[in-house]
Ligand binder design. Structure first.
Ligand code: PRX
Length: 635
């Protein structure tokens, strides 16, 4: 896109400064993009070559069993050999790997040497507990350094990890442990959030009642509050790490390129969450490549991704991506506005953060306190900003750009998903930006907006977002349910072999993509992906509830908020008191992130003749809109 085109159409476009262009890693998107499409496999081979392999691959892409694509087959690899081991062999041994601050203000820093030492020690401990290749360890922790250490220790041994977000509660955790069949759970006694202790170990203890596969639970002491420990199952992390068996060197397991690195649960259209499987090699290549090009990471950067490692953003761009590139990462345990709404801005100043990657909900949440809070701080180290998780509204974009970025930092609005492993639609620092658009496809991707039959739609028309070609960071399957993987993502465009993202979007005349939102029963609450079905089943598990329907409604800060419609069991009647009780019940079952904004009690729910709840009707009614065609509605 050229500047002249823009003045003609009066569009709001932000061009990068000559200084950014001059220093940028990629100065010409079009040429490299074309190359990456014309010879996709060569592009991904060149990128893979930048990492260390125990043995190079035989084949870059094996597409003989679509849609179960395989990458770098025949290769021997371990992500930890690249994220930690190779750095300690160079001067980076003395570089800061992690700068951490707890909510109460305590701090910890780890050089790559120290990170390696802790990972090795914990890996030997896990090994002594019998942890090995092929098993899935569940990790349920606050944002403390031991969380990435635990992830890396599992990966080092070749065990897959399943990190469950610390904001989830008993039932959500139990379901995920059961699905993963975990024998070992790693947790902490608690964490700090808004000055309060979150009793994680208490939640684990309750969840374990419903997860009988667990034999060992290792607990990190963070808050020091009293917790119940069972003598033959529970171990304190510090006790184990103090044993002579916890040694500072530990072999990194040689893995096949396609061996699983982790599973990460995400919500879909049924109540059962999907455990998406990501692999050691393809995922590592993809996370490192995308982060390098998009955030243009340099040796001297201090990079802060505010996401929790319990979500894919934390996996790819807090833990693995930046460590693969040998960067210094920043991590913070608590709430953005604790004790005051300047907490983040204070930390950016204090640690000299140069790149901030966060979510629109994070920005909106702090924007409402006014610009006097960031204005008190020197944010001049910042050079790049990022956004992820949901579309960023132009008002928040402009505030982020002007107030936080001082008008000089480009915003990388990155569109991607748990399934994609890394950025798919994203600007580069040199890309002219339009507030609210994630701009153009990343290298190697061909993206289209199509109708239900796969016909490409004209410029400006909204339709289904599809990815036409495989990429190394793609999820390989759903743990234990390959059929669901096929059905969910590949079935609709089977003939064409395209991946259906489940998002609705449009493309403008400059080839910029504008993502509108999900087309399925997934809602994004503060950027967190929640399935309406999982929320509904949590509601129905309350003894007074007969049936429930859940929709997402627009919310100023959260993006979307949870709105519930409930039919009570015979003889029960709705009241404010019951609404509050149900909210507490939801906190216990799923976690505070799934707490409904509002619960309405109804006598009937609008259903089709085949018994499907018409959420569209509920939504229109709640928004005071026309309910549209209701000819299929049951009498
Ligand atoms: O709807 C899109 C939205 O988040 C969904 C993926 O959610 P999850 O798997 O939790 O991953 C979030 C972090 C990568 C997408 O289907 N989404 C994510 N990023 C953006 C977005 N929508 C618009 N713009 C974005 N930048």
């Amino acid at each position: 896109m050229k500047k002249e085109d823009v003045t003609e159409t009066q569009e709001e476009v932000f061009f990068p400064s000559p200084e950014i262009v001059e220093k940028a890693l990629v100065k010409d998107y079009e040429t490299l993009y074309r190359k990456s499409i014309e010879n996709r496999e060569q592009f991904w081979a060149d990128e893979a070559d930048k990492l260390d392999w125990f043995r190079k691959w035989d084949k870059v892409l094996d597409d003989s069993n679509k849609p179960f694509y395989q990458w770098y087959t025949g290769g021997k690899f371990n992500i930890v050999a690249n994220a930690v081991d190779r750095h300690v062999k160079t001067w980076r041994r003395n570089k800061l790997a992690l700068v951490w601050e707890g909510e109460p203000g305590d701090t910890k820093t780890y050089s790559y040497h120290a990170l390696n030492r802790e990972v090795c020690k914990f890996a030997t401990v896990l090994k002594s507990m019998g942890v090995k290749k092929g098993e899935i360890v569940t990790i349920y922790m606050p944002q403390i350094p031991e969380l990435p250490i635990a992830m890396l220790a599992c990966a080092k041994l070749g065990a897959a990890h399943s990190v469950v977000y610390g904001g989830f509660s008993v039932e959500a955790l139990a379901t995920r442990i059961r699905d993963a069949n975990s024998r070992v759970v790693i947790t902490a006694d608690g964490g700090y959030r808004r000055g309060k202790v979150v009793d994680l170990k208490g939640i684990v203890n309750e969840a374990l009642i419903g997860a009988p596969t667990v034999e060992v639970c290792i607990t990190i002491r963070r808050t020091g509050h009293a917790v119940a420990m069972e003598s033959d199952r529970d171990f304190w992390f510090h006790d184990l790490m103090g044993l002579p068996i916890a040694t500072t060197s530990c072999e990194t397991e040689v893995m096949d390129a396609e061996d699983p690195l982790f599973i990460l649960y995400t919500s879909g259209t049924t109540g059962q969450p999907k455990g998406l499987v990501h692999t050691h090699a393809g995922y590592a290549v993809y996370a490192a490549t995308t982060l390098q090009y998009v955030f243009d990471l340099r040796e001297e950067d201090r990079y802060w991704c505010t996401a929790d490692p319990g979500w894919i953003t934390g996996h790819s761009y807090l833990v693995y991506g930046p460590l693969l590139l040998g960067s210094t990462i920043m991590m913070y345990e608590g709430a953005p506005n604790h004790p005051y709404p300047n907490r983040w801005w204070q930390m950016i100043e204090k640690y000299g953060v140069t790149i901030l990657y966060t979510s629109p909900t994070g920005i909106r949440g702090l924007m409402r306190f006014g610009e006097q809070w960031p204005k008190r701080h020197n944010l001049s180290w910042l050079r790049l900003l990022g956004s992820v998780g949901e579309p960023i509204n132009p008002e928040a974009w402009r505030w982020y750009h002007r107030v936080i970025g001082g008008g000089r930092c480009p915003i990388m609005d990155t569109w991607w998903q748990t399934e994609t492993g890394g950025f798919v639609i994203t600007p580069l620092p040199i890309t002219p930006l339009k507030p609210g658009s994630a701009t153009r496809p990343f290298f190697g991707h061909e993206i289209a907006i199509v109708d239900d039959d796969g016909k490409e739609l004209p410029v400006g028309q909204e339709g289904n977002l599809v990815l036409k070609a495989p990429w190394p960071g793609m999820a390989r399957t759903i743990h234990g349910d390959p059929d669901r993987f096929k059905q969910t993502y590949w079935r609709q465009y089977e003939k064409q072999g395209w991946y259906k993202a489940g998002d609705s979007a449009r493309k403008d005349k400059d080839g910029y993509f504008w993502v509108i939102g999900r087309t399925d029963d997934v809602i994004k609450v503060s950027g967190h992906r929640l399935g309406t079905a999982e929320i509904e089943s949590a509601l129905v598990s309350h003894p007074d509830v007969a049936e429930a329907a859940v929709i997402g409604l627009p919310h100023e800060v959260k993006g979307q908020a949870i709105y519930c419609f409930v039919i009570l069991k015979h003889g029960k009647s709705g009241s404010k008191e019951l609404e509050d009780k149900l909210k507490i019940h939801m906190d216990h079952q799923l976690g505070a992130i799934a707490r409904p904004e509002k619960i309405d009690f109804l006598d009937t729910l609008p259903k089709t003749r085949s018994g499907k709840i018409m959420r569209r009707v509920l939504k229109a009614r709640a928004l005071g809109q026309d309910v549209g065609d209701i000819s299929t509605l049951e009498e």
